[in-house]
Design a binder for this molecule. Structure first.
Ligand code: NIG
Ligand code: FE
Length: 427
């Protein structure tokens, strides 16, 4: 075998012979007619017998395999992947996780299936507060190792961008430590990490909620802003946690410190978090199991992305969010895992299965929700979650002929290999 001649345009990546290549959402705004080899499948644009080329980690061309391989010969590419007739899709974006934690709460799962509620467990000092104690006792290196092991699983299942929240510290020093750990993981792991500060995740034991909100605002937030790692500020707006006024205070102070608002809204009760998200023009409102028609309308009007988390409903045995109401109202519905010790799901494939089976999304709607719409939920409107020219070259190559296998298979992964920033990162 002769060594490849490096392409003078920069490190070249080519993925070719895709039986179907999911490009992204149908582009209604394009002033040129769709390419001859393009077809639409619900909200998705798909090319057949297709390829994409990327230079320096950015997609530069998408089209028929023969054209693309002529312009960008695989022999010259640092990364050349023959998809062998299988499907190629944009890498998944997981826009809501609590993936950085320590300890084990599997016994709570066992208690929940025997009838204990999430809120009862939390009120007794379990749940989030128990993870907070485990995080306090864990070393930085242990926390980092935990996070990296979860990210490895996510990457192997096709996820190339992940939002990670702090929120198991509940005081400044540990919240900063968590954000620092996310930053350290980001420096070493192929996945793009998006850090969110969530000091308002729970109220510490024996603490008055108003006093704690004051501390989040006057103690934690300035330190987090100084540290300069977090991009978003999130709050658990819920009965017996933070009410709408308290959530508003935290999110407004976060915005003043440069952090874009996000909110856990209407998860167990309908409290008004969705309306607050609309008022503050949050990037996203998440959970929404109990959102009303007025909430749906307000979020669509304010262009707040609804992030639906069917894994959480599945794990809690709760009713699912009304995804169809959001879609019918014109929302860019996103999906996420919500991976946390209460919801042990790391794969966006299983989340797509749940979205199709339990929330009545089509496989195409679920894939769009797990890619481009999920990118919108974390303010990545740069092509992330698509394979259009100019987008980051993040893709998953399937061991199956159609993207439908992502939702259809719910035993093992349908992903054969993963490309991140134009490099093969394997499975
Ligand atoms: O999104 N609702 C608040 N936070 C998480 C649960 C975190 C935990 O239980 O540790 C959620 O479901
Ligand atoms: Fe959450």
């Amino acid at each position: 075998m002769t060594a490849a001649t490096p392409d003078p345009r920069g490190p070249l990546c080519i993925v070719y012979n895709a039986g179907e290549l999911v490009v992204g959402p149908v582009d209604d705004t394009a002033d040129t007619a769709p390419a001859d080899d393009a077809r639409t499948d619900g909200p998705l644009e798909i090319r057949e017998d297709a390829a994409f080329a990327a230079i320096n980690g950015e997609v530069v061309a998408v089209g028929p395999t023969d054209e693309i391989t002529r312009a960008y010969p695989p022999d010259n590419a640092a990364t050349a992947i023959d998809a062998d007739g299988n499907a190629v899709v944009p890498g998944f974006v997981d826009p809501h996780t609590h993936a950085l934690f320590a300890g084990d709460r599997s016994d709570e799962f066992a208690a929940k299936v025997r009838g204990r509620s999430y809120q009862e467990i939390l009120a007794e000092g379990g749940g989030i507060l128990r993870t907070v104690r485990a995080v306090h006792d864990a070393s930085d290196d242990d926390l980092l190792a935990n996070l990296r092991s979860h990210l490895d699983v996510m990457l192997a299942h096709g996820t190339t961008t992940v939002e990670v929240k702090s929120g198991y510290g509940l005081e400044a020093e540990t919240e900063l430590r968590l954000l620092e750990t996310i930053d350290r993981a980001a420096a070493k792991h192929p996945i793009t990490l998006v850090p969110t500060f969530m000091g308002a995740h729970a109220v510490p034991a024996d603490t008055d909620t108003e006093d704690y909100v004051d501390r989040v605002i006057s103690d934690q937030l300035p330190a987090v802003a100084d540290q300069g790692i977090a991009e978003f500020c999130d709050v658990f707006c819920e009965a017996d946690v933070f009410d709408v006024d308290q959530s508003q205070r935290v999110l407004k102070a976060g915005a003043a410190a440069g952090l874009t608002p996000k909110i856990h809204a209407e998860e167990f009760t309908r409290l008004g978090g969705a309306q607050l998200a609309a008022e503050l023009e949050a990037a996203s409102a998440d959970h929404l199991l109990h959102a009303t028609a007025e909430d749906v309308a307000a979020l669509v009007e304010a262009a707040v992305v609804p992030v639906l988390l069917p894994g959480t409903a599945f794990g809690l045995g709760a009713a699912y969010a009304d995804a169809r109401a959001f879609l019918e109202a014109g929302a860019s519905v996103a999906l996420a895992t919500d991976f946390n010790p209460n919801c042990h799901v790391r794969t966006m494939e299983f989340v797509q299965t749940l979205a199709v089976m339990k929330m009545d999304l089509t496989p195409a709607e679920a894939l769009l929700a797990a890619t481009r719409n999920a990118a919108l939920a974390i303010d990545r409107d740069d092509g992330t979650g698509t394979l259009r020219e100019g987008a980051p070259a993040d893709a998953a190559v399937l061991a199956a002929p159609s993207y439908v296998h992502l939702a259809y298979r719910f035993d093992t992964t349908a992903i054969e290999t993963v490309v991140k920033n134009g490099r093969e990162v394997g499975t």
